[in-house]
Write a protein that binds this ligand. Structure first.
Ligand SMILES: Nc1nc2c(ncn2[C@@H]2O[C@H](COP(=O)(O)OP(=O)(O)O)[C@@H](O)[C@H]2O)c(=O)[nH]1
Ligand SMILES: [Mg+2]
Ligand SMILES: [Zn+2]
Length: 314
């Protein structure tokens, strides 16, 4: 009996493919009975990115797969909630090193409140977010102010903003470098250039990256299987879920500000605890917005999310 540790790189129903990352040599494995992560109510007990222990006897093959005997605790994971009322969730990927959120200032123009929701979702999942501002080849002088404002808002909130042009290749090397050591996920609304960017990163992987369509995500009985691919420059990329695939997380109104890192940082100094950072006197968040330390745009997204949660609860 041989034992080893590996990462789940593909999941197709009852079968898994494992690889001892960073080496890429996938081999089949099965999950036997009672290996389950505590407290997990997801439809898939194991997800792409999970680190597992396996046992094998003799040569591993489809007819003689390795047996998964244990699952390591997850550092983080990204969930998609079923749209039906079963309350089940599906784990897209575990142990993700970075989520690259691709946006543009032009067709489609980034909607800040929507981007902020995605960033909040990443914070809830504990997945570091990197904002990729694509199509820089289109940004002439007339974009200068918006471009600077965008950097100010998001870098001010603590997020890296990487400018790239998938078309000219500018900045792509930097993303390639950042992806080198880990498991990455690319997301963004349709038309921002996700496919183009993945193709620029590694032409051999792009055709394999399935864009899980909205319709597919909503299918009641269809099960979506995710997969990880090695990048030529190093690192691994997980199938892109359309941005809505990053299911919305249910938050209590008082929890929302915990996931705006720049607000969390100063909220210790609010006079009241808890503080909704709206009407309370001596609110450090409001003071930071007034002094410009917290951007008005981010604060405004926060208020929008708060209002929506309150409305929903009424
Ligand atoms: N000018 C310019 N166009 C781009 C760039 N990246 C993608 N596009 C174009 O934007 C459109 C959408 O790109 P695609 O990769 O399909 O976006 P996706 O829907 O996010 O996968 C296509 O017409 C691309 O040619 C870029 O860096 N510059
Ligand atoms: Mg695409
Ligand atoms: Zn406050």
């Amino acid at each position: 009996m041989r034992k080893g540790q590996a990462t789940v790189v593909k999941h197709t129903g009852s079968h898994y493919l494992l690889s001892e990352l960073p080496a890429w040599s996938p081999f089949p494995a099965v999950l036997k009975g009672k290996v389950r992560l505590k407290g997990s109510s997801s439809t898939n007990p194991l997800a792409v990115g999970d680190k597992v222990e396996y046992e094998a006897e003799g040569e591993i093959s489809a007819a003689n797969p390795a047996v998964i005997s244990g699952i390591a605790e997850r550092r983080n994971y990204i969930v998609r909630k079923s749209t039906n009322l079963s309350r089940q969730s599906h784990i897209i990927a575990a142990n993700v090193d970075a989520a690259y959120i691709v946006v543009t200032l032009d067709f489609p123009e980034v909607k800040l409140p929507f981007l902020d929701r995605i960033l909040v979702t990443c914070e809830v999942y504990g997945v570091p977010a990197v904002i990729v501002l694509n199509k820089t080849d289109l940004y002439g002088e007339e974009y200068r102010e918006r471009r600077e404002a965008f950097h100010r808002i998001y870098e001010g909130a603590g997020y890296p903003v990487i400018e790239v042009s998938a078309l000219t290749g500018e900045g792509v090397g930097r993303i390639r470098e950042m992806c080198r050591d880990g498991v990455s996920l690319f997301s963004g609304v349709s038309g921002v250039g996700k496919s183009s960017l993945v193709k620029a990163l590694d032409p051999s992987v792009e055709p394999k990256i399935a864009e899980i369509s909205e319709a597919h995500l909503q299918g009641r009985h269809t099960t979506t299987f995710y997969e990880m691919y090695p990048l030529q420059g190093g690192g691994f990329i997980v199938d892109t879920p359309g941005i809505r695939g990053f299911g919305l997380v249910d938050l209590k109104p008082e929890e929302i500000a915990l996931y705006f890192p720049e607000m969390l940082k100063v909220s210790d100094n609010c006079r009241f605890t808890p503080c909704t950072h709206t009407h309370e006197p001596g609110c450090a968040v409001k003071e930071a917005v007034e002094s410009g330390d917290i951007s008005y745009e981010r604060y405004s997204s926060y208020l929008g999310m708060l209002e929506e949660e309150n409305k929903y609860r009424r």
